[in-house]
Design a binder for this molecule. Structure first.
Ligand SMILES: Nc1ncnc2c1ncn2[C@@H]1O[C@H](COP(=O)(O)OP(=O)(O)O)[C@@H](O)[C@H]1O
Ligand SMILES: [Mg+2]
Length: 142
């Protein structure tokens, strides 16, 4: 059985690359579940990784044939760093203006709402979109 956050006391980090295809978003969610285990923040982290992985596939070269995206998870006792690495492209991640009844353009607004902070590092050759998620100390609800 894989070690989960609940079973490890020390800070540790997991990284994995995924093919840049839509079904792999589900695999990325599962990767987050494997890392965090069943704890209050797992749903939030899975939503965030879904949005960021979907963006990597939709908006960057990660979604082209042979493209890949990466997920890095790094947790301490009260903070999770979640990052999605893509293969870059001409646009940069930004909060879009809300448009009437438009379901698109909400992903990063959701990330903004669910996380303590998020940000971007890199350029058109490849970007890392990172988010900080607060973790309740062991034994406490979120
Ligand atoms: N990883 C990324 N690389 C380049 N551009 C991105 C990335 N993620 C998001 N973007 C840009 O930011 C915009 C807003 O993203 P988002 O809020 O998820 O809305 P949507 O994906 O529905 O367009 C996108 O339309 C895209 O132009
Ligand atoms: Mg999106």
């Amino acid at each position: 059985m894989s070690p989960t956050l609940n079973s490890l006391k020390e800070i540790h980090r997991w990284c994995r690359n995924f093919p840049g295809t839509r079904p792999q978003v589900r695999e990325a969610r599962q990767f987050v579940m494997s890392y965090l285990g069943d704890r209050p923040e797992t749903d939030i982290a899975q939503l965030v990784v879904s949005e960021l992985a979907t963006n990597a596939i939709r908006h960057t070269r990660s979604g082209l044939p042979g493209g890949r995206f990466g997920v890095t998870l790094h947790a301490g006792s009260t903070l999770l760093i979640l990052a999605v690495l893509d293969e870059g492209g001409p646009t940069a991640p930004h909060l879009r203006q809300a448009e009437n009844d438009d379901q698109s353009g909400r992903g990063l607004h959701l990330v903004e709402t669910l996380t303590m902070r998020w940000g971007v590092h890199g350029d058109e050759v490849g970007r890392t979109v990172w988010a900080l998620i607060s973790l309740a100390p062991a034994g406490q609800a979120a």
